[in-house]
Write a protein that binds this ligand. Structure first.
Ligand code: VGL
Ligand code: ZN
Length: 197
């Protein structure tokens, strides 16, 4: 099998000091760097939002971060402004190796969020990653990064649905964990056939 490492959103805004900091987010950088050479391909994703993105609470009057809203494509958590295109917060953690094969940006369409590296939050609009993996003959994926319960979770479930052999390396992931989202994500990933290692 051809085995790719997919490093999800290891960006300043998801690390301590960032706008949507995940506790211990920076602790996974060294282990991720160390494992990169073991894979046939390394792909990094980058959350890459337009300013005033519709997933930001600040774009909706009277709404606060971490509230839910109903979008045309379904329920959406409202986030603090984060990972704005070209900002320091959107840059990869400075210690992360970025000498991988592909950097895939997502969440750049103002009207729709994209947790998954494969589909935007309507679960229909493709990012193009499947085509990239297929044309390179990659059939096995290991996912690491931030956050376990959002972008890693949705990417892993979509990857499994698309037929990839998927492992999430839990020790190289960190969760936001709002309202039990970490446990729910672990259950959903297992139910989709993702191996949690
Ligand atoms: C993420 C919330 C909003 C993530 C991205 O990378 O898990 N979470 N945008
Ligand atoms: Zn985001």
């Amino acid at each position: 099998m051809t085995h790719a490492l997919i490093v999800i959103d290891v960006q300043n805004d998801f690390c301590p000091g960032g706008a949507l900091a995940v506790a211990g987010g920076d602790e996974i950088v060294a282990p991720i760097n160390a494992m990169m050479d073991e894979f046939d391909a390394v792909i990094l994703t980058q959350d890459w939002h337009s300013a005033a993105h519709s997933s930001f609470a600040s774009s909706h009057t009277g709404k606060a971060p971490f509230e839910m809203i109903e979008m045309p494509y379904g329920p959406q958590v409202l986030w603090p402004d984060h990972c704005i295109q070209g900002s320091h917060g959107a840059a990869f953690h400075p210690a992360l190796r970025t000498d991988g094969d592909l950097i895939l940006r997502k969440g750049f369409r103002p009207a729709i969020d994209s947790y998954s590296a494969f589909f935007e939050n309507d679960h229909k609009t493709p990012t193009g990653l499947k085509g990239y993996l297929d044309t390179r003959g990659i059939d096995r994926l290991t996912l690491v990064g931030l956050a376990t319960d959002f972008c890693v979770h949705y990417s892993a479930v979509d990857a499994a649905k698309l037929g990839f052999d998927v492992t999430v390396l839990m020790k190289a992931c960190k969760a936001i964990d709002m309202d039990g989202s970490r446990a729910a994500a672990e259950n959903a990933m297992r139910a989709s056939g993702v191996v949690l290692a």
